[in-house]
Write a protein that binds this ligand. Structure first.
Ligand code: M6R
Length: 625
């Protein structure tokens, strides 16, 4: 849940580390720090709070001299956010400095062990045990010390390690936490993800678990745990720098909302061909996937797979779970296969019943969400075939799932997901149509209609973005309230869940979502004069039912903003405001309607002066349980 970076080159390290951390701050922003190696000395600066504090403290990095260094931006897990608990952590002897992303589960045991050996601890963090353990095992051979240290660790880690004995060099090692190696000209990097160093290189290596990486300005050497040199193929990303920059927008979130038409075109580009969906991709079309990416994009169901398939499980967290709910409704209705959906944090402990006849679909923008990874592993352990729907190329889920369908949304920097979510919904719908067509559970006409509507989504969304004034005005009118209720039925319920999450996570308005049919079972007692209710009623089939629920809340004093489609009628008499989506099928409209809810949430948060891209207490990738 933190961001790490490392640099070895011929330039001053500190300004580059700070620049890289700017692009990693979305991963955690409680505190930050850098350590730089210079002639056998480690100099270090840390600051509580946002990265700008570290910029100020170090004069933009000019206060630390040296061309090799490591840096960190923190989302606190062990110990409050303060200067002492910030990374990097130094060993008591001052020989080593370490930055860490992940969780060391057995840190208390290690700490106890080291205290017995006379070590003293300054911080409350799990990371300090790693650096002290390195110190304890170091007998002149850093490789041996790293090996012994990681053999003792339980949990997840991506580590950057500086040693006073190794000028111009740093070490890195990972297990279950993301780490990329950026290959530059006369300089090399490590980082928690690609955008941090994209300005300097597009060539990356993804190290395997427990690879020990030795980085200098002119070399990157990788060794396995037996100290054997190993080769990991580099690959080139085709993102441009603008893709990871704000590009004139006040916030990444707004930029990413506006990127959705393009993102969806990329999602569909290699998969939707007229009235056919092809998901096999290069992976199955050309044989072996690129070993650098391990699980290259592609999914195939053979006749035999189809005969055997008896259940689909969809597992995810947060917005990805909400996308999964739309997927569940869609796949069940088009493929007539039972679909169970679970929050990853529940699935992993509920002793689920699945086997080789089930397909488990795990959805994750980052591909690094700890609960989702654990659920994926549990599904694999139980024998299920697994498919990851993932945005970040080469992330843990993309590597570990049997197959992966990338969403191809491009880098998503804002903590609140937008294009990540709509591209997930689209991949799920393409998956549903792919299976339905193979199973023969969908008519050619319906299939063609859905596909035409999905293909038209980028333009539909362009239209919504072009007409955002109404949403801005509504946000100006209602931003001062302290609570909002979202209601809907069927796919509109799934959509409402996402609308409520978007609003609450960035604006701190207490937004709750209820299935509209559940109102009378308790929630309606909360409705009073001027309660704000956002009613999602885009589906024609259940429109009248939701309209009745709207009447019920209006008669109890609520103010209703309703989201409908063009061909519905009757809502304008009840709701104070009506947002109208183009006429589309019940199944395809939620993806477009989500964009309206994203804009509403964004403008409410903007009016409230919130830190939209970095909401309090959150981080982009939740790599802890
Ligand atoms: O990277 P993932 O898709 O696995 O992340 C799952 C959730 O943490 C994520 O969707 C979260 O709910 C977002 N902040 C919502 O905007």
């Amino acid at each position: 849940m933190c961001g790490i970076i490392g640099y070895a080159g011929d330039k001053q390290a500190a300004p580059l580390l700070l620049e890289g951390l700017t692009n990693l701050e979305y991963r955690g922003y409680d505190s930050s720090g850098i350590a730089v190696l210079n002639d056998g000395d480690i100099s270090m600066k840390k600051a509580k709070g946002r990265l700008k504090n570290l910029f100020e403290l170090t004069g933009g990095g000019n206060a630390l001299k040296g061309t090799t260094g490591i840096g960190h931006t923190r989302w606190a897990t062990h110990g409050e956010p303060n200067d002492v608990n910030s990374h990097p952590h130094l060993s008591g002897s001052g020989q080593f400095a370490v930055v860490h992303n992940g969780i060391i589960e057995n840190y208390l045991d290690i700490r106890e062990f080291l205290i017995q050996k006379g070590y003293k601890f300054r911080s409350q963090t799990d990371t300090e045990t790693v650096v002290q353990l390195l110190d304890y095992y170091y007998k002149g051979d850093i490789f041996e010390a790293i090996g012994k240290t990681i053999n003792k660790l339980t949990g997840s880690y991506a580590l950057g390690i500086l040693s006073v004995h190794e000028n111009g060099k740093f070490y890195a090692v990972r297990k279950d936490s993301p780490l990329v190696i950026g290959l530059g000209e006369g300089e090399n990097f490590i980082a928690s993800d690609i955008p941090a160093v994209l300005k300097h290189t597009r060539r990356f290596i993804l190290p395997e678990d427990k690879d020990v990486v030795v980085v200098t300005s002119s070399s990157v050497d990788i060794f396995d745990m037996n100290r054997e040199s190993v080769t990991r193929e580099p690959y080139t990303v085709d993102w441009d720098i603008e893709a990871a920059a704000k590009d004139g927008y006040p916030h990444y979130m707004l930029k990413e909302i506006f990127e959705q038409p393009k993102a969806l075109e990329q999602t569909m580009g290699t998969r939707l061909f007229g009235d056919t969906v092809r998901l096999e991709g290069e992976k199955y079309a050309k044989g072996e996937p690129n070993p650098a990416l391990k699980a290259k994009d592609g999914f195939r169901l053979t006749e035999r797979d189809l005969e055997n398939l008896n259940k689909i499980f969809i597992i995810a967290c947060g917005s990805s779970y909400h996308a999964g709910m739309i997927g569940k409704y869609f796949i069940e209705s088009t493929c007539r296969v039972p679909v169970e959906i679970d929050l990853a944090s529940e699935f992993r402990y509920r002793r689920p019943i699945l086997d080789k006849h089930s397909l488990t679909v795990v959805i994750s923008q980052s591909g690094e969400t700890a609960d989702t990874i654990a659920a994926l592993r549990e599904a694999k352990r139980l024998g299920s075939r697994t498919l990851g729907i993932v945005n970040v190329i080469g992330s843990t889920i993309a590597r570990e799932a049997d197959d992966v369908l990338y969403t191809f949304a491009g880098p998503e920097m804002a903590v609140a997901t937008t294009k990540g979510y709509t591209t997930q919904v689209t991949v799920l719908q393409l998956l549903g149509l792919y299976i339905a067509e193979k199973k023969g559970t969908i008519s050619a006409e319906k299939n063609a209609r859905y596909l035409a509507e999905i293909a038209a989504l980028p333009d539909v969304i362009r239209g919504i973005l072009g007409n955002q004034t109404q949403l801005q005005q509504l946000a100006s009118e209602y931003f001062g309230g302290d609570k909002a209720f979202f209601i809907g039925r069927g796919m509109d319920y799934a959509l409402s869940l996402e609308g409520a999450l978007k609003l609450k996570e960035i604006s701190y308005v207490h937004a709750e979502c209820y299935a509209a049919g559940e109102l009378k079972h308790g929630t309606i007692s909360l409705i009073e004069e001027n309660s704000l209710v956002i009613a999602c009623a885009t589906g024609s089939e259940l429109f009248d039912k939701t309209l009745s629920n709207v009447k019920e809340v209006v008669s109890r004093g609520a103010t209703v903003i309703a989201l409908v489609t063009k061909n519905s009628s009757g809502m304008e008499k009840e709701a104070k405001h009506v947002i109208t989506m183009p006429a589309m099928s019940d199944e395809t409209v939620p993806c477009a309607a989500a964009v309206a809810l994203q804009l509403f949430a964004y403008y409410v948060a903007a009016q409230r002066g919130c830190d939209i891209d970095k909401p309090r207490n959150l981080a982009k990738a939740v790599t802890v349980e």
